[in-house]
Design a protein around this ligand. Structure first.
Ligand code: FAD
Length: 253
């Protein structure tokens, strides 16, 4: 049995080749990889990959959500990493140059859109926790058009300059009546805030969302404190846990 588990794990490992990288906010670097064996990565939007980073004789594993949009960027494996002061994996990710390689495995994760009855999805994120929702955009579009559901994306960041993929989400919302986008700034409001910009922590928006615990399905991704506070509020509001789907961004070792 142990041998089989190792064989499965080995099968899922692959070498990533960095194609390009760019800063998409002052603290977030987006990295676009391809698999060195040129195979596409067969993932479901919302999943993540785990990378291996060798650091001071230790082999660290760190996970990053896949931000690439299937179909639109077929072989690209795009991730967005937040700079963490003294962070061992992020130091490596921020220094990597195109052409360099990194061992990875995956995809993993269950923060994916399931076959739910039509209703309303609330997709809540802090920072790079929004990247799984970016990957879901084509499926979100399909569900809005065919299944009469609506989607509200709530993104919490420190200030307007940290709004990763904000223009994309705002454009997506402008083009579709079933999709709304709200940004929440915890530290700094713009001088002239737009209608979609709010002040405070993103979980603070939940009490004003006219929640329906039977019909709404809430996805929470990113900062563990946001997820714990939002979960406590949703539980108190009568949400069954099957309607609350979560992914906490914590380091594994
Ligand atoms: C399923 C999953 C998906 C994830 N997806 C992403 C993603 O898409 N993008 C992303 O940037 N991260 C993501 N993370 C977090 C990521 O895996 C690392 O934990 C993070 O990059 C820090 O790793 P590090 O080795 O640089 O820091 P470490 O060397 O592990 O930590 C250094 C110090 O920083 C603190 N620290 C660790 N993480 C954070 C943080 N996020 N903010 C502030 N302080 C921190 C630690 O407590 C420690 O004191 C995800 C985590 C999980 C479990």
């Amino acid at each position: 049995m142990i041998g089989m588990a190792f064989a499965r794990m080995a099968q899922k490992q692959f070498q990533l080749l960095l194609q390009s990288a760019r800063m998409i906010t002052p603290r977030v670097r987006e990295l676009t990889f391809v698999r060195e064996d040129q195979s596409p990565l067969d993932y479901t939007p919302g999943q993540f990959i785990t990378i291996f980073v060798d650091c001071a004789g230790e082999r660290l594993r760190r996970s990053y959500s896949i931000a690439s949009i299937p179909g639109r960027e077929p072989d690209a494996i795009r991730i967005a990493a937040t700079n963490v002061d003294g962070g061992r994996a992020t130091t490596r990710l921020f220094r990597m140059e195109p052409g360099e390689r990194m061992q990875a495995m995956g995809p993993f994760g269950r923060l994916v859109l399931r076959e739910d009855p039509p209703g309303r999805y609330l997709l809540v994120a802090t920072g790079t926790g929004v990247t799984p929702y970016r990957a879901m955009l084509p499926e979100i579009e399909r569900r809005i058009e065919l299944e009469d559901c609506s989607v509200e994306l709530l993104l919490g960041v420190r200030g307007p300059q940290d709004l990763l993929y904000g223009d994309e989400f705002a454009a997506f919302a402008n083009e579709r009546s079933g999709f709304t986008f709200r940004a929440c700034y915890s530290r700094e409001m713009p001088d002239q805030a737009s209608e979609f910009e709010h002040s405070g922590y993103v979980q603070g928006l939940l009490p004003n969302m006219d929640l329906n615990p039977e019909r709404d399905i809430v996805y929470l991704c990113g900062n563990p404190t946001m997820i714990d506070e939002a979960t406590a509020f949703l539980t108190e509001s009568g949400f069954p846990m099957r309607n609350v789907r979560r992914e906490k961004y914590v380091s594994s070792n």
